[in-house]
Design a protein. Structure first.
Length: 654
């Protein structure tokens, strides 16, 4: 493995096209380095003694990358020079095609081209070239971008998160999101019939197929199931008649012996003459029992494994055709793993599959086989789902840069869905899941109302209606209402909203917002109690300090806005990828606040926090999820106790 922090790098893309990228940071010490990459020309690296501990703006990670070794960073700016094999006048005439020219139009939001008057024309070997200058400004996106022109090849770079745990966290995030989505589909009672024919066409969307296969090939899924099967394979006992000398017989079956008697083997006299009319047979027939692994269940396992290998090769070829080399390498590694699994001696004893034993108890109960069967169903169902935003996200994970915050937002939704399902009985899979004539539709999109319905029965025996919404909009009321619903000021749209309705009809809301960019140090600064500046201290320095403090607390202030602006809201909370465990209802720390004066003591009178922050990451989600579950459970119990909640009453009346 090699790791080099770069300040400047120059690549030759072929056909007279070059791309030079330089970090906008000023560094004092640099050194020339060489990179093992096609098209590499030259590079300057940051000297070791000035390397910082954070994710660098530009680097080369050979062996440490998720997608590509050449890496840029989100929320960073770079200077870029693009050399083209055309004259300046021709370059100016072509520049009207779109704002990102000469790069791909898809980079229009990231590439800022300098005015034509700053471009330079040079001449080499009697041919004219034009150098186009500009800046690349990468926002909060991660994934892979291609920097290329119409004249030469393309330079592929992975855009990484500035978080130090990106390489572990992002991989866990996308694998766990794949797991959540497939488990959700497995739990959904769809009337769509599943065809168990290996000749079926799985998917035309190779990015969706890639995403599903990434989950299937994670160590705890297909590799684990196949390992279990090879270690303890299903078998059956076979009986077949076999001739034996009479003194070797273990068990005598008179009927079997008579049915298979061979007259040519009889000899006159002998020890058994009194049984066979004066003759003794040379041998007798006995059933021999042998163990066979050529079962229908093993044929299915072998066929599914071979099919996954075929899918891996299909993905590799398609990704290479789209020049997605990182995704192609990943698919190639899957095929290598599957090919190694197929080398087991077990499969040499197993024949071809005729039909799938879907009713077999082995497929439903035996370890290894039941996991394999579940993976097959999940793969088929997930690839039949129509989810435009999900498909776009899948495509981004293998080709285009996508906002990691959006991936985190989807993942948090599934976590909340699972938490509520663990506390309540689901009565509707949610209208974000709907069935069309030929597929299962997922409508998880901002601005579109989605609702999952549940029923909660508390310890008091009182039943509550519970709903989970994704991005529900709370608009300002246009007409007077008696019930406390909507907003009395502006429109609000939290990422997730949980509604709890009591038998009396009273409604209570909890809201959550996912903030991937929020870091632990920002959370700590939210709750720092800085003294207010005296009037004589409100200098420019004091003003800047105050602005900085407000900016850091924006996320917390937004929760206050939800709590106050949306009627019947009991609590509003931030979800962010932190390491700790939040949400202590007893003696809450500085990350949860109850809107009552008594809550400033160590034994608050009210235990449901009004605003707060919950850390939540795929790698540490066990206790973190329990904290969120405790919050929702406590709220449900509080509502089911039939204790009335009094909304604020104004002081003034007519």
């Amino acid at each position: 493995m090699s790791f080099v922090i770069l300040h400047r790098v120059l690549f030759d893309l072929g056909y007279g096209t070059c791309v030079e990228i330089e970090s906008s940071e000023t560094v004092r010490q640099i050194k020339a380095v060489s990179l093992a990459s096609p098209g590499f020309v030259s590079a300057d690296a940051v000297a070791d003694e000035v390397i910082s501990s954070e994710i660098p703006k530009m680097c080369w990670r050979e062996g440490w990358n998720l997608f590509e070794p050449f890496q840029l960073r989100e929320d960073a700016e770079y200077f870029i020079d693009i050399t083209l094999p055309i004259s300046l006048s021709e370059a100016i005439s072509r520049s009207v095609l779109h704002t990102a020219w000469p790069l791909n139009q898809r980079l229009s939001s990231a590439f800022v081209r300098e005015p034509c008057k700053r471009w330079r024309e040079i001449e080499k070997n009697g041919k004219k070239y034009t150098i186009i200058t500009g800046q690349i400004k990468i926002r909060s996106y991660v994934g892979v971008i291609e920097i290329g022109t119409e004249f030469g090849g393309a330079l592929r770079a992975e855009v990484v998160s500035r978080k130090l745990k990106y390489f572990q966290e992002f991989k866990s995030l996308i694998e766990d999101l794949a797991k959540k989505s497939t488990e959700l589909l497995m739990a959904y009672e769809t009337p769509i019939s599943l065809s168990f024919n290996f000749a079926d066409k799985y998917s035309d969307n190779e990015s969706s197929l890639h995403f599903s296969m990434r989950y299937l090939m994670s160590p705890s899924q297909l590799p684990s199931a196949i390992s279990e099967i090879i270690h303890s394979p299903h078998s059956k006992l076979l009986e077949h008649p076999e001739p034996k000398e009479f003194y070797d017989l273990d068990d005598i079956d008179a009927e079997l012996i008579l049915e298979n008697m061979d007259g040519s083997s009889l000899g006159y006299g002998g020890p058994l003459a009194r049984f066979f009319d004066g003759y003794t047979p040379e041998y007798l027939i006995q059933n021999q029992t042998t163990v066979s692994f050529d079962t229908l269940e093993n044929r299915y396992a072998k066929a599914f494994l071979e099919h996954c290998g075929m899918l891996s090769q299909k993905i590799e070829l398609r990704m290479l055709g789209r020049n997605k080399k990182g995704a192609a390498r990943e698919a190639a590694s899957w095929w290598s793993q599957i090919n190694e699994m197929l080398q087991s001696d077990l499969w040499k004893q197993v024949g071809s599959l005729g039909h799938i034993p879907s009713n077999s108890q082995v497929m439903h109960k035996k370890r290894g086989y039941k996991e394999l069967f579940r993976l097959d169903i999940a793969l088929r169902m997930s690839l039949s789902v129509a989810w435009p935003h999900g498909a776009a996200m899948f495509d981004g994970l293998s080709g285009d840069a996508r906002p990691v915050s959006k991936i985190y937002e989807y993942w948090c939704f599934f976590i909340l869905y699972e938490v509520i399902r663990s506390l309540c009985r689901e009565i509707s899979g949610g209208n974000f899941l709907s069935v069309s004539s030929d597929s299962l539709q997922v409508r998880l999109k901002k601005g579109i109302k989605s609702e999952c319905k549940f029923l909660y029965k508390g310890s008091s025996g009182i039943g509550l209606q519970v709903s989970l919404f994704y991005n529900r909009q709370f608009t300002r009321l246009q007409v007077a209402k008696e019930d406390w619903s909507g907003s009395y000021t502006a429109a609000f749209d939290p990422d997730y909203s949980v509604m709890i309705r009591s038998p009396k009809g009273a409604v209570h809301w909890l809201h959550f917002d996912a903030k991937y960019k929020l870091e632990k140090r920002h959370v700590e600064s939210m709750f720092s109690a800085e003294p207010e500046a005296e009037e004589h201290e409100l200098t420019e320095l004091g003003y800047n300090r105050e602005i900085s403090r407000v900016h850091k607390q924006d996320d917390l202030f937004k929760m206050h806005t939800y709590r106050d602006g949306i009627f019947s809201t009991r609590g509003a909370y931030v979800l962010f990828p932190g390491d700790g465990v939040g949400g202590r209802l007893q003696n809450p720390g500085k990350n949860l606040f109850v809107r009552h004066p008594s809550a400033v003591t160590e034994t608050p009178k009210y235990s449901i926090p009004s605003v707060g922050v919950f850390p939540l990451t795929p790698e540490n989600s066990g206790q973190q999820i329990d904290a969120i579950r405790n919050l929702i459970s406590c709220t449900l119990e509080g509502v089911s106790s039939q204790t009335d909640y009094a909304e604020e009453v104004g002081w003034f009346s007519n």
